[in-house]
Design a protein around this ligand. Structure first.
Ligand code: SDX
Length: 428
């Protein structure tokens, strides 16, 4: 019996297994169950994988009880206050913050990939006028694979690198095209003399008849939103990218699968759902008390959007960062002060309520991000597109880490079968 093993005994059979006890650099110790079935015939059952590690990773660490989020060891608070999105991209992809020369080189590489093939314009123009931008984005990212047959060999390090650069560079361009298509405005060309966020706001709001020059506060708010959504361990969409990529699928197909997963209201669609919830409260005259009562009512499927988290059982550190950005932005640009005030009152009431305290339900990153995006004049249907644009670097970093992992193998979960046992086909 040693301290670096865990013994599991099946009392029904008396069979037992001494399994490796794995400890990462920080975080919860984990038992490696790969040899459990061989020694005991036992599989493990964990719907939603709430207690199961799917991989080893050095990209991001979350301590949900302490409300800690680290990217390659740097706290999200430090990065949100001092960094910029492309610097965080370099950190997530390469593991280190770039020096000035490395940053300038990385920024120059990204800027050389911001345009898309002219046929992408025609492809995106083919969607119905009211197509949801997430439908357009997921389809278009998957279609990119058809333009880069010469560089999607997943076993080629250089192909993996240029694909990462292409996706980070082209996401703002394609995201803005979703918006322009909805508005019936011409697609704008990227401007490589602008920063990443300035260029995105130009792509979104400039028109051939006139430029768009965003305020520094708006640019900083967008940079912060992008930094805060860049990566988050093995969330549903990142796990989707890993699982899709584990079959050898090309990176565009794997990232498109992640975009599809992020669309769900329980995941990336939550910021849109938060705004719908707040708008409904304003429009229907519902009170905070009646809204909270509905969230507690088990017979009512209503949940408080923007609250709760699978991992954070304390305050989501990103929510605190966004609340400050929200405050500064609305102070300068105006925008939905009543909605922001309602959000703050709702947050205050929830944090004081025992039902939510007992379940450790705190505001998550989505609770305030929608108010910031609305203050930036970004329509609600684009909110999850913004999340996807930011999370692209996290998805790629995990996809690359998986392909460099010596323990990597195709993902294929087991199940507990509860259906009919074998029965003969009835004679006619
Ligand atoms: C993101 O994984 C990530 O990292 C995701 C993300 C990222 O950056 O990638 O952080 C982004 O997805 C943030 C979460 C955004 N989603 C929402 O805001 C939607 C609202 N939240 C819930 O749907 C829910 O909290 C989840 C999905 C986020 C988490 O669900 P869990 O961990 O499975 O929680 P649960 O269903 O086990 O709930 C535990 C209890 C239950 O009550 P009891 O059965 O114990 O009585 O808490 C209740 C739930 O009913 N509960 C809520 C609630 N969330 C959980 N009750 C009211 N409102 C809520 N929002």
């Amino acid at each position: 019996m040693s301290n670096d093993t865990v013994t599991i005994t099946d009392n029904a059979t008396g069979k037992s297994a001494d399994l490796p006890r794995i400890q990462g650099s920080i975080g919860r110790p984990t038992v490696d169950v790969r040899k459990l079935a061989g020694s005991t015939d036992l599989f493990t059952y964990d719907p939603g994988f709430a207690a199961t590690a799917s991989c080893k990773s050095s990209i991001t660490y979350i301590d949900g009880d302490q409300g800690i989020l680290l990217h390659r060891g740097y706290s999200i608070e430090d990065l949100a206050a001092n960094s910029n999105y492309l610097e965080v991209c370099h950190l997530l992809l390469d593991g280190e913050l770039p020096n000035q020369d490395e940053f300038n080189e990385f920024e120059s590489i990204i800027k050389n990939h911001t345009m898309v093939h002219e046929n992408i314009h025609r492809f995106m123009s083919g969607f119905r006028y009211d197509a949801h931008p997430m439908a357009m984005l997921s389809a278009t990212v998957a279609a990119l694979a058809s333009f880069y047959h010469d560089s999607i060999d997943i076993n080629d390090e250089e192909h993996r690198k240029i694909t990462a650069h292409r996706l980070i560079a082209k996401m703002p361009t394609m995201a803005s095209y979703c918006f322009k298509h909805m508005r019936g405005q011409p697609f704008m060309s990227p401007k490589n003399n602008l920063s990443y966020s300035e260029n995105f706001l130009h792509l979104m709001f400039a028109v051939p008849a006139g430029d768009y020059v965003p305020s520094p506060t708006a640019v900083r708010a967008l940079e912060t939103i992008l930094i805060l959504h860049a990566d988050h361990e093995q969330n549903a969409s990142t796990s989707t990218v890993r699982l899709a990529g584990s079959s050898g699928a090309n990176p565009f197909a794997s990232i498109a699968a992640g975009i599809a997963c992020l669309w769900g209201p329980a995941h990336g669609g939550a910021n849109e759902a938060v705004m719908n919830m707040l708008d409904d409260i304003m429009d229907t005259g519902a009170t905070i008390e009646s809204t909270i009562a509905r969230a507690k009512d088990k017979s009512d499927p209503f949940r408080l959007m923007g609250f709760g988290h699978r991992v954070y059982k304390n305050y989501d550190p990103r929510a605190a960062c966004i609340q400050k950005v929200c405050h500064d932005l609305l102070d300068e640009l105006g925008g939905d002060q009543p909605l922001f005030q309602l959000a703050r009152e709702l947050e205050e009431a929830v944090l004081a309520d025992d039902y939510f305290k007992e379940r450790k339900l705190f505001p998550n990153v989505d609770f305030y991000s929608g108010i910031v995006l609305r203050a930036l004049n970004i329509p609600m249907s684009m909110f999850t597109v913004m999340f996807a644009m930011s999370r692209t670097v996290g998805w790629i970093a995990h996809w690359q880490e998986m392909h460099n992992d010596p323990e990597f193998r195709i993902g294929r979960p087991q199940q507990i079968y509860t259906g009919e046992t074998h029965r003969p086909y009835p004679k006619k």
